[in-house]
Design a protein around this ligand. Structure first.
Ligand code: T4K
Length: 398
């Protein structure tokens, strides 16, 4: 029995995989298509700031998402800052702590104070019930976050925000292409922000876009996006550099043309994991929450240390040694990260569901670099680890 353990790289065996299995999409288009797109950029001699390819991509995105405006930006972090400034809010904004740090820090960059809300333990998302409890006179908005190819239920948040007269916008960085309550994400709230980071289902290396159906808001955001402007000049309090280059647009367009095929492939890989992991004790796969259609960009699961026999972080370290680049999105939660762990200490022990998820959630590799046989091997590895968890735990503690 212990001879099986000796094969683990963490105990001196050879790593099971000869290459690193990345956590997310990493779709690379074929070289010929890329070369053709780049040749066009060289011929037009136009690199950045609302160039012809970026404008074309924006139109394609707006059509795809069925919104009036899609504004491409350098990355979703800058996009979130731009929306937060353009909405002209002051005071406090409700946001989950269980999210990537950029969601909360965008508010801080815009001079707003995050009010950290707990999430539902079954979905990892905000709910209107949890958010409503935090609405006070000082709260002026809600930043909903749609995670892991799922959502927090944006239509219900529209009703809540309308009822309380609050601004509402969404961090949909991980939810490009998802639909909820019969509508594609992009048109919910005042604006939504998507990420086109390399690990996302739609990628342009770095990048992102802001979507809105509000013409005035779109004009303000276009002017904030570039310190020397693009489009008709309007009054804005401050500007930044959130410009999207032609090279980003080239890759984004190629990725968009493959989007449905990549999503379909991810859906199959996801289903393969979900089926195989059913027989592994102590691992529960989290399906994308509250969507009609997911982009299947993430395989999230919860590792129950009592039933699995090891803590999530012990499993993670064993997987990493085997070159399985699993991730813990998110750890340790925004409320326990700088600057908030010091500046907003009142949240330290106020978010039990967030704390529980930060300790147990794991993302397993998915995306263009993964083959079905990789999934089978990863699950077999996790199963082996679980079956030997007692002995492994003893070795870790000695
Ligand atoms: N809101 C939410 C809810 C978000 O999840 C994010 C970002 C944002 C806002 C902000 O969006 P952006 O400003 O990033 O557009 C990642 C990504 O950097 C980030 O985009 C993502 N969410 C976050 C959840 O995770 P890391 O540090 O885990 O990713 P990174 O760059 O280390 O990549 C993951 C692994 O993939 C690497 O360890 C190796 C592999 N990889 C990565 C890249 C970029 C490769 O093999 N090749 C590559 O080119 O943060």
């Amino acid at each position: 029995m212990s001879s099986d353990i000796e094969t683990l790289a963490v105990f001196g065996g050879t790593p099971r995989f000869s290459r690193i299995l990345p956590v997310g999409q990493l779709y690379f288009p074929d070289w010929e298509s890329y070369e053709a797109e780049m040749r066009g950029i060289f011929e037009r001699e136009y690199f950045t700031n609302h160039g012809p390819l970026a404008r074309q991509f924006e139109q394609e995105l707006a059509d795809f998402l069925e919104v009036r405006h899609a504004l491409c930006v350098t990355n979703a972090t800058v996009g979130l800052v731009i929306v937060s400034v353009a909405l002209s809010l002051t005071g406090k904004v409700i946001v989950p702590s269980f999210t990537f740090i950029a969601s909360a820090q965008a508010l801080t960059w815009a001079g707003l104070e995050p009010v950290f809300c707990d999430v539902e333990v079954s979905t990892g998302h905000l709910s209107v019930e949890l958010a409503e409890e935090l609405i006070t006179e000082d709260v002026k908005g809600i930043l909903g976050v749609n995670l892991w190819g799922g959502t927090c239920g944006p239509r219900d948040f529209e009703s809540l925000a309308h009822h309380h007269g609050l601004s509402l916008f969404f961090d949909s960085a991980q939810a490009f292409g998802c639909t909820a309550s019969g509508r594609r994400l992009g048109g919910y709230g005042a604006a939504e922000v998507f990420s086109f980071h390399a690990t996302k289902t739609l990628n342009s290396t770095e990048g992102g876009c802001i979507t809105t159906n509000d013409d005035d808001l779109a004009a303000r955001m276009r002017n904030i996006r570039s310190s020397y402007g693009a489009g008709s000049p309007v009054d804005v309090p401050i500007t930044t550099n959130g410009r999207f280059s032609e090279a980003q647009a080239a890759l984004g367009r190629l990725s968009l043309s493959r989007f449905h095929a990549n999503v379909e492939r991810n859906a199959q890989l996801w289903a393969r994991y979900a089926q195989a992991l059913k027989s592994v004790q102590g691992i529960a796969v989290l399906p994308p929450a509250l969507v009609d259609e997911s982009n299947w960009q993430t395989l999230s699961c919860v590792v129950d240390p009592g039933r699995f026999g090891l803590h999530r972080d012990q499993l993670l370290s064993i997987l990493k040694a085997e070159r399985v680049n699993a991730r813990r999105y998110f750890y340790p939660g925004c409320h326990r990260s700088p600057p908030y762990k010091d500046s907003l200490p009142q949240y330290r022990d106020a978010l039990p569901n967030t704390d529980a998820l930060c300790e147990t959630v794991l993302q397993l590799p998915l995306g263009a670099q993964l083959e079905p046989t990789d999934i089978d091997e990863i699950v077999a590895l996790i199963d082996l680890i679980q079956r030997h968890s007692g002995e492994i735990a003893r070795r870790f503690s000695s």
